[in-house]
Design a protein around this ligand. Structure first.
Ligand code: ARG
Length: 575
């Protein structure tokens, strides 16, 4: 290929032979030879166009086409050792063609530059690679879909911050990855629609004065059209960068999935057992079975991200149009395709080989108070403001942890047996107060509608320092709703112990309403109560809060109606 004085392809103006190290440094054939099929496909389309445009004869075109077909078949069989003196794959094939068919081959490069040639080859290469990546994605999605379907009913803990959060199903887990890879496939489709335009005919940068038919080549090579701006056609590698970015996203998804499997395979998690065929042992520790495959996928994601960064960095400072720096895109792109493809290929069989310890997953999903959010939402559905419910369930979880029992047990105890100091930490939103007042108003407007609400219910009112107004308003409210009000003022029970008093009240009354600033006494009463006890006068919170809370824990309608009436009165008094 090299003669003594210069390179035969471009050496016309050179007097000195190139330096051997410089030749090697300059060459890309060692890696761009993988483009040979695409280079030949592009050349065939180009030759056909040249003949149609009468820039070469039909005979010359036929010779070129025949020669290229033979070279391709020979290269398929590895018959042509790479001649590194030929700078790149484009010159290597032209050199082989000249050897094979002689002078006709020297016309092939008419109306073409290596700049548009390489832009074309690279597009053909990455377009084809993406097709097979898309197929591999499809296979992986089918595997995930099967796993999602088979494990629909298998409950497991779902995690946030790697802390057990809420129960999910193993099927739900795999379905999430199905969705991610589905989006990745769509990303490739979008990218394909954007990149599928032919650069050929842009020549070095400015197009050609020859009557080329760019459209013909584009159609021949299944492009949607041509890249109109010739500078753009030869100078951008955004289609490579965008592909590498989609590849990086796919690798990121594969890596996360791998990470979970690695974690689940630990003795600590023990959610999954690795199949012998897809794991490795340790050269030192006979007990080990290592998840090398997902670890490698996780590791290789770093490499693919790196390629994306490399190409971005190569491109970022280049003046228009072509610069040799762009030759550095190839190894990154090729390795991205190969790495991604290898990872996708192994992921499906690896996943299929896993045995999931669904019993243990189920057991873990049942413990750990993962039902807390469900309980919270059930309170919200009953009408409790979200923040209040959150706080309440949080307290129940703490209690359940202290007592080493389930949330359900604590909840039952709390609701049915042990009223507790409801005033603590409750918050009531303006909206809630509005609703309560609206109901109270309704009761006031049509008391008849509610006059059976408290039928046969005895409500005992233990007031600290009741004003006549308060006593009257509460007593009348209870009576209007059909109940019986019994009042007691503090001075008359000075000597009585709250526990004793509560024991009696448990037997006679249906509810107790206190109005005291002494939280200690209230707590004692509540502690010994089998019936609802409420403090309607707290030093800490507005009675509205307490009333609203109360209603959620006990007979929702009865007390609701009753206490709303009181709230209304209280509010009226305050005005
Ligand atoms: N091997 C080169 C590349 O990969 C082909 C284009 C060379 N063009 C040029 N004007 N030297 O970018």
């Amino acid at each position: 290929m090299l003669n003594k004085t210069s390179n035969t392809t471009w050496g016309g103006r050179f007097e000195q032979a190139p330096d051997a190290d410089a030749v090697q440094f300059n060459a890309s054939l060692a890696f761009d030879h993988v483009l040979y099929q695409h280079d030949i496909a592009g050349s065939k389309a180009h030759a056909e166009m040249l003949a149609r445009q009468k820039l070469i004869s039909q005979q010359e075109a036929a010779l070129i086409m025949q020669g290229l077909a033979e070279i391709e078949a020979e290269m398929d069989q590895g018959q042509h050792p790479l001649d590194y003196a030929c700078e790149d794959i484009h010159m290597f094939i032209e050199h082989l063609l000249i050897q094979k068919i002689g002078d006709a081959a020297k016309k092939l490069h008419t109306g073409r530059s290596r700049n548009d040639q390489v832009a074309l080859d690279l597009r053909l290469y990455v377009r084809k690679s993406a097709d097979s990546i898309r197929e591999q994605l499809q296979t992986l999605m089918e595997t995930l879909n099967t796993l999602a379907t088979n494990h629909q009913q298998d409950r497991m803990p779902g995690y946030t911050h790697l802390q057990q959060a809420q129960p999910i199903s193993l099927g739900h887990y795999f379905a999430a990855y199905y969705c991610m890879f589905q989006r990745d496939g769509k990303r490739l489709d979008d990218w394909h629609a954007r990149m599928n335009y032919s650069p050929l005919g842009a020549c070095a940068l400015a197009g050609s004065n020859l009557p080329l038919d760019r459209q013909f080549i584009a159609e021949k090579l299944q492009f949607s059209g041509i890249i109109e701006n010739t500078l753009d056609a030869v100078s951008d590698r955004d289609f490579v960068i965008e592909f590498c970015s989609v590849a990086s996203i796919i690798m990121m998804h594969l890596s996360r999935l791998s990470e979970d499997m690695i974690l689940w395979a630990t003795q600590e998690f023990n959610f999954v057992s690795l199949h012998d065929a897809f794991s490795t042992g340790s050269s030192l520790m006979p007990n080990k079975k290592n998840p090398d495959l997902p670890e490698l996928i996780r590791g290789k994601s770093g490499r693919v991200f790196g390629h994306l960064m490399s190409i971005l960095t190569v491109m970022k400072g280049l003046p228009l149009a072509y610069n040799k720096d762009m030759q550095e895109d190839k190894e990154c792109l090729f390795d991205t395709v190969n790495t991604l493809s290898a990872c996708l290929k192994i992921m499906s069989p690896f996943l299929k080989s896993l045995r999931f310890n669904t019993e243990l997953m189920q057991e873990k999903a049942a413990g750990g108070y993962l039902d807390a959010t469900e309980v919270l939402e059930s309170l919200v559905l009953k009408g409790m403001p979200f923040r209040m419910a959150h706080h309440q369930v949080g307290q129940w979880v703490r209690k359940a942890m202290e007592n080493q029992c389930s949330l359900a047990e604590i909840q039952m105890n709390t609701i049915e047996k042990k009223p507790f100091h409801l005033c603590t930490g409750m918050e009531l939103q303006a909206e809630d107060i509005k609703n309560i007042l609206a109901l109270a108003n309704e009761i006031r407007q049509s008391p008849k509608k509610f006059n059976k609400t408290l039928a046969n219910k005895k409500l005992v009112m233990l007031f600290e320092k009741p004003s006549f107004r308060t006593r009257l308003s509460f007593s009348l409210a209870i009576q209007e709703l059909g109940g019986v009000a019994v009042e007691s003022i503090e001075s008359s029970r000075k000597q009585e112990h709250p526990a004793d008093m509560m024991r009696v009240l448990n037997g006679y009354a249906d509810f107790v309403m206190m109005r005291t600033h002494d939280d200690g006494v209230f707590a004692k009463m509540a502690e010994h109560a089998d019936i609802p006890v409420i403090n309607g006068l707290s030093a800490l919170y507005h009675p509205c809060q307490i009333l609203a809370c109360w209603h959620f824990y006990f007979h929702p309608f009865l007390l609701h109606s009753l206490f709303q009436q009181s709230v209304l009165l209280t509010v009226q008094q305050a005005q």
